[in-house]
Design a protein around this ligand. Structure first.
Ligand code: NAP
Length: 167
């Protein structure tokens, strides 16, 4: 049985999105995201899929939507109509991994909260303008198996990266 994890980057107020995309450009966080998700199955809401616009290499994508599968969708991308179907499919995908991840957005993640055992959380040491937020306190009382800080560089603020595990 794979562990279900969630991964999010947020600002000091829990902001996670703006106009269907990320409010910031934070290459170091993208590198962390890649390392955390590589070779694993990623479950995402349809709007997050739209913002990616393509399957990310060396990862399996499952998109959750109430709509039928679009005919133009690339073949390797899975398309399901509920979170339960996504979780069941993610368990069946034989990728040799012990973890699958929900990668957003906040609408889908809110639903997935009760199922999540690990939270990869990045908090940027800044505030931005945007239009969607995730629960800033989610998993705050979980046990950290990793906590690191990344100093500010150029336009990118400092950030704290944590791996939080449900007790
Ligand atoms: N900062 C981060 O780490 C991060 C990570 C991911 C995303 N984001 C940002 O978050 C924003 C998008 O998030 P969002 O909350 O607006 O959208 P989302 O969660 O990505 O997608 C919402 C869509 O998913 C489908 N969906 C959700 N729950 C469903 C259910 N129970 N059954 C069937 N379908 C369901 C619906 O698609 P249909 O409308 O097709 O039915 C719904 O409109 C973007 O700005 C993105 O850049 C940020």
């Amino acid at each position: 049985m794979k562990r279900l994890a969630m991964i999010f980057a947020m600002d000091q107020n829990g902001l996670v999105g703006k106009d269907g995309t990320l409010p910031w450009h934070a290459p170091r966080d993208l590198k962390w995201f890649k390392a955390a998700t590589l070779n694993k199955t990623m479950i995402m809401g349809r709007r997050t899929w739209d913002s990616l616009g393509r399957p990310l290499p060396k990862r399996t994508s499952i998109v959750v939507s109430s709509a039928p599968r679009p005919s133009a969708l690339p073949e390797p991308v899975h398309w399901v109509n509920s979170l339960d179907d996504a979780l069941a499919l993610g368990q069946r995908i034989d990728d040799g991994q012990d973890e699958m991840l929900i990668i957003g957005g906040p609408t889908l993640c809110e639903l997935a909260k009760p199922h999540v055992a690990r939270f990869y959380r990045t908090i940027l040491d800044a505030t931005y303008d945007g239009d969607c937020w995730f629960d800033r306190d989610f998993a705050s009382d979980w046990q950290a198996s990793y906590r690191g800080t990344v100093p500010a560089t150029g336009d990118t603020p400092a950030m704290t990266i944590e791996v939080l595990n449900r007790h």
